[in-house]
Design a protein. Structure first.
Ligand SMILES: [Zn+2]
Length: 280
């Protein structure tokens, strides 16, 4: 189509932030830091390369995802441990915080709950910022690598995509079939993954993660959580995923229990206050 005469003027209109977040409940990071000092490690789960594992973190506990042995990206799912219909809502988290998460930001849950599930309390990659390509780490723009897209684009039957890894882990943890477990798997927080959108074509891109052994992302569990983490078959996602060609490394999840007295004054967030009458 031919551009209208005022095309340049229309493009020059300044953007408006969709969700000004000055009124978002602010996490008490000073309290979390004080509470963290009292915490002791109570559990750890090793996630094997090209596989996934489940873990649990109770409200008030911390969990840490660490890279070791080599650069590795992880795909994280979270659920309310008592009600799997309440799960991480990647799209709304993106709308509230932006495309990539870091310290002080939160993983929000699905409707009708829409409450913080976990707050990021430490991020050793927070120095990275946004690079010259528009890339950054820990995104909520990707979905999770999956065998259906591979089949659509390449006719493949690959079984160790994050989607399948998470499905097997949930099935094993809940003692249900793969078919029963699969609908619980949802869009992830891409831990350590470096991604963005190309400026010229707007396409989703990935590049080698800046993560190195010893780096970690740590969370405060706001509600009782079931988590599942997949060590992506893309490894550091520098070249490709959905195949066995990339170098892959394990990931470590550790859970820390703070001193209960240090948590006095903190309350687990309630479900969203909307009355759900929807105009009727
Ligand atoms: Zn993946």
């Amino acid at each position: 189509m031919q551009e209208p005469a005022d095309a340049a003027a229309r493009r020059a209109v300044e953007p408006v932030i969709c969700y000004p977040n000055e009124t978002l409940p602010v996490p008490d990071m000073v309290l979390y830091a004080a509470v963290r000092k009292t915490a002791k490690k109570i559990d750890e789960v090793l996630v094997a390369p090209r596989d996934a594992a489940c873990f649990r973190a109770a409200a008030g506990q911390f969990f840490r995802i660490s890279s070791f042995e080599g650069p590795q990206v992880g795909d994280l799912n979270l659920w309310n441990a008592h009600d799997l219909s309440e799960r991480f809502y990647s799209g709304k988290t993106r709308a509230l915080h932006g495309t990539h998460l870091t310290t002080g930001q939160r993983m929000w849950s699905s409707f009708p709950h829409l409450r913080p599930m976990a707050t990021i309390t430490a991020d050793t990659l927070d120095w990275y910022g946004i690079d010259a390509f528009g890339g950054s780490v820990h995104d909520v723009i990707g979905t999770r690598c999956d065998p259906y897209t591979g089949n659509l684009l390449a006719g493949s039957q690959y079984h160790h995509c994050c989607h399948s890894n998470l499905t097997r882990a949930v099935a094993d943890d809940l003692g249900v079939s793969l078919q029963q477990a699969e609908p619980h798997v949802h869009d992830v927080l891409n831990v350590f993954m470096c991604t963005g959108f190309t400026r010229d074509t707007g396409q989703y891109f990935m590049k080698a993660s800046p993560v190195r052994p010893g780096d970690y992302l740590e969370f405060f569990a706001e509600i009782d959580l079931l988590g599942a983490l997949s060590a992506c078959p893309g490894g550091d996602c520098s070249a490709e995923h959905s195949s066995d060609s990339a170098a892959c490394y394990p990931l470590l999840v550790e859970v820390f229990q703070p001193d209960v007295a240090a948590l006095s004054g903190w309350v687990s967030p309630s479900p969203n206050g909307y009355d759900r009458s929807h105009g009727r």
